[in-house]
Structure formats: structure tokens, C-alpha cells
Ligand binder design. Structure first.
Ligand SMILES: [Mn+2]
Length: 375
């Protein structure tokens, strides 16, 4: 059988204050294009479909278009991640199942199992949304404390028929060797949620979501597919995972996904950057090599880098320079500051505009003075 493994779409996510919807739409269209060529037997979506539990209208629209398009090509299996609202995600799921869209939003005390016959082979899909130990404790009535114990309690009662092809969808933090697994608890926060892969050995493929860079966990068949686009500077190049699986064979074809805008670090002096001919629409962090603070630097650089995330200076004693600049500012009159601001943005105020601004400033200053007297 053939399938496409996706996770961590985080539809509706923003970086700094920029909406990524256009970028996400661009990537999802690429995925659909590849899917049309690959002709999968199903799509697996392993959680963090949305970035927020209450997504924006635009995010819901994009989700709607994408899932509808997927379901026209093949059945869709979906679980909720820790970012999703399980209840919202699984809205109308009984009705959607009639259209071959299977969504499990929250763990109900038993893993949702859907069986299909694909290419004369019985395939069981186990849909396990993100869970916490407390939910499992409550639903199973067992004193589980860790994520590890919770998963063991969940899988204990599942009968997995090894003659069939068994695929698990999950959204947790899996590691090859988990130091927390046995008796010795550790205080390392990063490991508290970790679950080792020992209990996954009965599955032919474990489709994971949660970690954003794609990698296998111990075995080729236990994998995080990663986000379909970069969400941080540290993210690696993104690939779509086209998977062919049968009882004794696993083949993973990777197709590079081209982002609409990349995320990158750019280095240079202010004058180099501002005099470059091109407009760079990537999401950029700029390392400025200048040895002093440039006034209005962000406003100016935004003209060349409209998706500017952050500006960093690389010299020491920055504070003292900023302070002396503050002194300059304090010594200037309002109208001088305004003229300066426009000059740096390449505008010159006409004498008429200057007069108008001066009148406004005088009015405001008078008002402030009067207020001070009254109070
Ligand atoms: Mn995520």
C-alpha cells in the first residue's frame, strides 16, 4: 500500500507578527500536486493540524480546502495533537466517516481502530490522539504517572493481529531509549514526557507527529515526518514522505518541499543591505555589522526586507551608544525629531507641512502644560 505521512501542519501559525497562511497554502498545494502523481491509498495526518485550539476563520478555510482535496484522492486518517482542540477537530466525525475521513480528537479509553482492505491486504489503522497521563489514569482507572506508563496501559488491552498490516498514528515524544522508563524518575523536564519505542514493536509503521524535524526513532518504520515548512531558524530543509509499505518492505521516497519564503539569517552593514538592488521577501533575522546603532533602522530595512523578523547588532558596549543617542534625542525639539525621521525615510517636509506640524506640537505642548498646572 502507499500513503502520505503528514503532521504538524500548524495551520494558522504566525511568525513574529506575520501570517503564514499564504506560505502554508503554497506548501499544501505542492503536497496535493505530489499526491496526485503518487496516488496514495490514504493520507495520515498525525496531529497539530492547527496551531491553536481556536483557529482563525482563514485557518479553518485553508484546512477545509486542503482536507476536502485530500479526501477526493484517498481516505484521510487524522488525530489531534497537543495544539489542537480534540473536540473541535472531531466535529461531525461520524458523518465524515461516510466520506472516508476518520478523525480522532481525544482518547476515549480505547484506541480507535479502522480496518480497510487495500490491495487484498487487511490494514488496521490505530488512531491515538495526543493524551496525557491524567486522562489515561481517569479513563483506565489505573495509577499511571508518566507518559510511558500511560501508553503501556493504553496498548495493554489492544489485540494486534500480526497477520494484518498495522499502522499506528500518534502524537507524543518518542525516544529510542528512555531513561525515565523504569523505576528511577529524573528531574530533567525534557525527558518527563518521553516514551520509549519498546511498546510499538507490533506495528508495521508508526506515523508520528510532535517533533518538527523529520527523523526515525530507532527503526525505519517509526518516524516523525516533521513539519511541511520551516517554522524556526533551526529547522532543516523539508521533505514530503511518500511511503510504500507491505508486510516485509518499507520504502520512503522523499520529495523536497519548496517554501514560498525561506527563513534565513542575513549579515551585512546597514549601507550594504539598504543599497542592495533586490527586495528579499524571505523571513530574515539580520545581523548588522555596523559598529554603532543606526537610527530608525527597522523602518528603513523593512523597505528591502518586508518580512523582517529581528535585527541584531554584533558589538559590545551597545548600551552606552544607545544612551548617548538618547541624549541627542532629548536635546532635540519635537519638530527637529520629526524632520529627522522623515529625512531618514527619504522624505523631505515642505515648509507648509513643517508649519502644520509645528502648530500641532505647540498645541499639544500647551495642553500638557495646562494639564500639569490644573492637576
Ligand atoms: Mn507541533
Amino acid at each position: 500500500m502507499k500513503f502520505i505521512h503528514l503532521a504538524d501542519l500548524h495551520i494558522g501559525k504566525r511568525i513574529a507578527n506575520y501570517s503564514l497562511l499564504e506560505d502554508q497554502e503554497f506548501i499544501l498545494k505542492q503536497i496535493l500536486k505530489e499526491a496526485q502523481k503518487f496516488k496514495p491509498d490514504c493520507f495520515l495526518l498525525c496531529g497539530d493540524i492547527f496551531d491553536r485550539s481556536v483557529p482563525s476563520e482563514e485557518a479553518v478555510q485553508l484546512y477545509n480546502t486542503f482536507i476536502t482535496s485530500c479526501s477526493k484522492l484517498a481516505p484521510v486518517f487524522m488525530i489531534a495533537g497537543n495544539h489542537d482542540s480534540g473536540i473541535r477537530l472531531e466535529l461531525f466525525n461520524d458523518l465524515l466517516e461516510k466520506s472516508d475521513i476518520y478523525i480522532e480528537g481525544s482518547y476515549q479509553g480505547q484506541i480507535k481502530k479502522i480496518s480497510k482492505v487495500i490491495n487484498n491486504e487487511k490494514v488496521n489503522f490505530y488512531l491515538l490522539p495526543f493524551f496525557s497521563p491524567s486522562e489515561v489514569r481517569y479513563l483506565k482507572g489505573k495509577p499511571v504517572k508518566t507518559y510511558q506508563e500511560a501508553l503501556e496501559a493504553i496498548l495493554e488491552e489492544e489485540e494486534i493481529n500480526k497477520d494484518d498490516l498495522n499502522i499506528l498514528l500518534a502524537h507524543q515524544f518518542f525516544v529510542k531509549d528512555n531513561p525515565v522508563s523504569n523505576s528511577e524518575p529524573t528531574l530533567e523536564i525534557g525527558n518527563l514526557e518521553a516514551i520509549n519505542i519498546d511498546s510499538l514493536k507490533d506495528f508495521d509503521y508508526v506515523a508520528l507527529g510532535h517533533l518538527h524535524n523529520q527523523h526515525k526513532v530507532g527503526h525505519e518504520s517509526i518516524r516523525y515526518c516533521g513539519t511541511p515548512m520551516k517554522y524556526t531558524l533551526n529547522d532543516q530543509t523539508k521533505f514530503l514522505n511518500l511511503i510504500t509499505l507491505d508486510k516485509d518492505n518499507l520504502e520512503i521516497k522523499k520529495v523536497e518541499l519548496e517554501p514560498l519564503h525561506d527563513i534565513q539569517v542575513i549579515e551585512g552593514t546597514f549601507s550594504e543591505l539598504i543599497n542592495s538592488n533586490d527586495i528579499n521577501k524571505n523571513f530574515v533575522v539580520i545581523n548588522l555589522l555596523d559598529k554603532k546603532v543606526i537610527p530608525n533602522v527597522k523602518a528603513s530595512l523593512l523597505n528591502k526586507f518586508p518580512n523582517l523578523l529581528q535585527i541584531k547588532y554584533n558589538f559590545e558596549n551597545k548600551e552606552s551608544i544607545i544612551d548617548s543617542e538618547f541624549d541627542d534625542i532629548l536635546n532635540q525639539s519635537s519638530i527637529e525629531l520629526l524632520e529627522d525621521f522623515f529625512k531618514k525615510s527619504n522624505f523631505t517636509l515642505t515648509s507648509e507641512e513643517k508649519k502644520l506640524a509645528q502648530n500641532i506640537f505647540t498645541e499639544i505642548e500647551d495642553e500638557i502644560e495646562n494639564e500639569t498646572i490644573i492637576s
